[in-house]
Design a protein around this ligand. Sequence first.
Ligand SMILES: Cc1ncc(COP(=O)(O)O)c(C=O)c1O
Length: 424
Amino acid sequence: MSRNNFISVLKQEVDRIDKAKTSKRFEKIITGFTKESSPKAIIGKEKYQVFNSNDYLGFRHHPLLKKAEREASEIFGTGPGAVRFISGSLKIHRDLEKALAKFHKRDDAMVFSFSFATNLAVLYCLIAGQNKDSLVDNNVIVISDALNHRSIIDGIRVANLPKEQRAIFKLMDPVHLEEVLEINKKIYKRALVVTDGVFSMLGEYQKLREIRTIIDKYDKEYVNGVLLVVDDAHGVGIAGKTGRGIEEIEGVKADVLIGTFGKAFGADGGYVVASQTVIDYLRESCATYIYSNSISPGTAGAALAAVELLDQAAGQKILAQSRTNLATFSALMSKAGLEFAAKSQHAIQPVLVGDPAKSKALKEALFAAGFMVTSINYPVVPAGRDEIRVQISAAHTQVDLEAFAIALTSAAKTLGLVSNGSNL
Ligand SMILES: Cc1ncc(COP(=O)(O)O)c(C=O)c1O
């Protein structure tokens, strides 16, 4: 008997994953990007046009963000030094929080090392108290959309509620949500509804207006009301007329809104915005904020530059370009004869393949043609709903979009995926 027995179990587990063809660790190594206005990833000796990045605005290569990153690290150093309650907050972190509060029209904001850590801690703290002295109890029904991101699922898991206090409502189905709220109204003191703003596998917008209306109706039915928490990682910065995300699309607000800098904002890190009382409570309670470093000063500088840029004419022009590019891609696809997993109006465009081997083959054929896309398979999507996730960026040119559409259609034809003929 020895720990080697356990290590051999780990080996068998990795072999099992490899055999199931679901391994993710063989990542492509990108050695740099070309300096074109539409930067291509360099892998080996080749360059590849990136159609699988969350950098929807092309901000990660923006000179203003790079400059702000350099300047912040000159002033504050390359790392945060310690967690904020020990060593103090760097002004750049507070400036970023104030800018976020203003951007999302909230009282205050909190920045975390990444938004997975934001969801883990925020959900835990809103579901359960932190210790035996806490006045927050877990007399709550938590209701989560069926397709919510893993960070939401884990945030609920760590709160360790009994099974009956965790409910799932069907994907984007407010009627089902209402049923769950109705059934539980006499049982629990409060309810917490949590959802993605934009579903990352489908690009679909959550029906937030309907959800808000139902929640407001049921707020009176629970002693301590109903709280709406939205993770809008794929919405902030890119969705809506001015990039405010799902709230702008749907014209309603969450009680607690979580976002990331790691996608449209072109940097890294997570955040939450809410009323002052909620943020004060979270700042006193979130373990991944209190006991874990914040983002580096350089990253905070880049994130701040991104939030500010988006509200300037130059940023709004880039946002408008992202919409033009999406319209161009959609027009090209309307002639391509391909099926989509959802009718997305977001930069995420899910091409339905319906078979794991074919979706991988399509991804590889596109890679051979110089384009990077992602093959999404079970269990991330239901079996038989395998897809190629295409992500359109403001940085793509008309030429990139046309070349990609032709390559996609021709590879899909070879695999027998074009049913109604293609005019491309
Ligand atoms: C909906 C959603 N929430 C949270 C995250 C995590 O973001 P971060 O990289 O900032 O941890 C992601 C990233 O894929 C996401 O899609």
